[in-house]
Design a protein around this ligand. Sequence first.
Ligand SMILES: [Ca+2]
Ligand SMILES: [Ca+2]
Ligand SMILES: [Ca+2]
Length: 318
Amino acid sequence: MGATKTGRDGASVKFSGTALALALGLIASVVHAAPQPAPPAGPPWPTPAPTINLADPAVTSGTINGVEFKVDKTQPTGSGVFQPFLRIQQRGNEQGYNTNTDQVLDNVQPAGAGQFTRDVTFNELKAVNGFFSFILDINESSSEKNRLISLDGLKLFATNTASQSSETVDSSGNASGIIGNLLWDMDAGGIDRYVLLDYDRIGTGSGASDMLMSVPEALFANPQGTNFVLWSRFGVTDSSNSSTNTTSDAGFEEWAYTYTTGSSGSTGTTGTTGTTGTTGTTGTTGAVSSPGSSSLALLGLGMMGTALWRRKARGTQA
Ligand SMILES: [Ca+2]
Ligand SMILES: [Ca+2]
Ligand SMILES: [Ca+2]
């Protein structure tokens, strides 16, 4: 503090020097302001790094254990089948699996037949071009901080037990009481994987654009169960920086299965068989040709008339 005792003049000189330095700095910054630095490619990504980063604008798809995850903004159309079967919602992190039973884990209620959370049979699913297609519609707040969400757990089961209700979880908090044959696991082999999603890139609203998950047909070839169960968990991976978080917030996340109805094309071929029936009608037209003899007679009369007129005309001239 001894330096402050320099006296009023000294302090004044010191202040002027600072003011001058500030002024020079401003001029310098104005002079060097011409080239603007490029904006960052995306938010600082969370650690550990995502297995597939679908929030990164440079990434469009990735594969985990043969299942592809892809940014897909195709809206379901009238020509295809689009069936939601699981809605999950909770702040922080959330998990659930499709069942007809109400109030299981973080499933959105009501559950049951005709609802958005329900049992699904393998008979309902249909592979097109070798893949079963599932669509994920996320709903997060659109703010820079909250728009990210991590898909941390995903398991596919076959089961003969409908309307399951287990809420048992393991030491990591993942559902562990689902009865069935495990067909696929994102974290298979004891490796913790996750997919990072960005609401601003993937879902611009409920029922709009989505992420597409393509499951190879072979995976469901011999499921050993009549019912299909999908369990998923979101928001467990939390980013370590203060500008973003990957936890769950806002509205529900929704899974649906979808496929295009290529069978309508073959129905069109059946229509062609109907044309053969029309050929039969042509035969009937042949029968109508008998009254046509009268028109032939009329034609004959007409020709006679013309001949008479010619003769008459010739006669007048002679
Ligand atoms: Ca979020
Ligand atoms: Ca995981
Ligand atoms: Ca959400």
